[in-house]
Design a protein around this ligand. Sequence first.
Ligand code: APR
Ligand code: PHB
Length: 390
Amino acid sequence: MRTQIAIVGAGPAGMCLALLLHAHDVDVVVLERRDRAYVEGRVRAGVLEQGSVELLARLGVDARLKREGLVHGGIKLSQGGETFHVDLTALTGRSVTVYGQQQVMADLFDAAEARGLPIEWNAAEVALHDIEGEHPSVSWTRDGTAAALDCDFIIGCDGFHGVSRASIPASVLRTYERVYPFGWLGILADVPPADHELIYAGHDHGFALASMRSPTRSRYYIQCALDEDIAAWPDDRFWDELCLRLGPEAGERVVRGPAFEKSIAPLRSFVGEPMRHGRLLLAGDAAHIVPPTGAKGMNLALSDVAMLAEALLHRYGTGSMTGIDGYSARALARIWKAERFSWWFTALTHRFPETDGFSRRIQMAELDYLKGSRAAQAMLAENYVGLPME
Ligand code: APR
Ligand code: PHB
């Protein structure tokens, strides 16, 4: 078998890139380790930058997003129970849209199916070959049967634990990492959200986040220990702790109900450089991870592939490798700013084991400064809505 572009991984990065290239008559094949139901079922992030919404519109996969996406012109920050509003639209002229990654994936898979885009589901033992040469290929097995695909370029969109980044020689790959000493315990419940906006709350007990998926479905998180036993968090205990951390004003508006999803996610900052080795190019979580505090994970995956599609289309349109040669540096410049923002917002709002009286007061002073300073809020807002793609 032969194709122009082999994409490993059918997450947001892999599927958006596949649809972008397919729309310009570039041949693509997507290889995915799991099946559609599994990928679509994973509960992940839920905030789209305006640039991400525009990209999905450009792909023609935004019909449901337009109907059901919740456009948010602001967010709230809370400190010790006192809440203030950051008006994203007044500060930046832009907004974000709350729409779950699960819905994004369903829309992308529906479009891929309708457009006849080939996806090889349940591809096991994916291996990359000859990425340093002119004729790379990918091999895999399904139900014990071997298959292979020759191509011009391999795109690694296979997430943090995928095979692609691991195929770059250790002598070439540089990695930068922070592992945070806590996790997020998250729940989904079919109850109306406490507020029409997201609330990011700092509290002596730790961080809490009030988010949503729809007017009738809420998504809440609280910071927890990494080794926290989920069984020790029956619904009542979760709701009590959430309300305490959100403070009396927002806490009172929390509507309680049975949690139908409850899980703990670790927090990590990670960047692997460069994002290209020979004919292998990386995008999304395969190359970088951010803690979820800035809501940047899915958005970064989408901005990577927007840049990558431009580079690949330039190559197929003109034969020039200039865009591909520049891709890693161009993408990393934006990624590192999102890494900085996500790290900063996490440090500002979470309780660290080493948080002593001094650092807690510094956090409180910074939140108080944000509350009173339009300049400080503008920094937060322009990062939150998404920096431009340069
Ligand atoms: N072979 C084939 N597919 C693989 C392999 C492999 N060896 N390893 C992983 N995959 C698949 C996974 O099953 C998954 O469907 O690659 C896909 C990677 O998708 P994501 O992890 O969603 O990564 P990405 O597309 O970069 O999107 C990043 O999604 O997971 C969130 O928080 C993350 O919001 C961020 C965004
Ligand atoms: C979510 O709704 O899942 C969500 C929202 C904002 C974040 C992280 C997660 O910063």
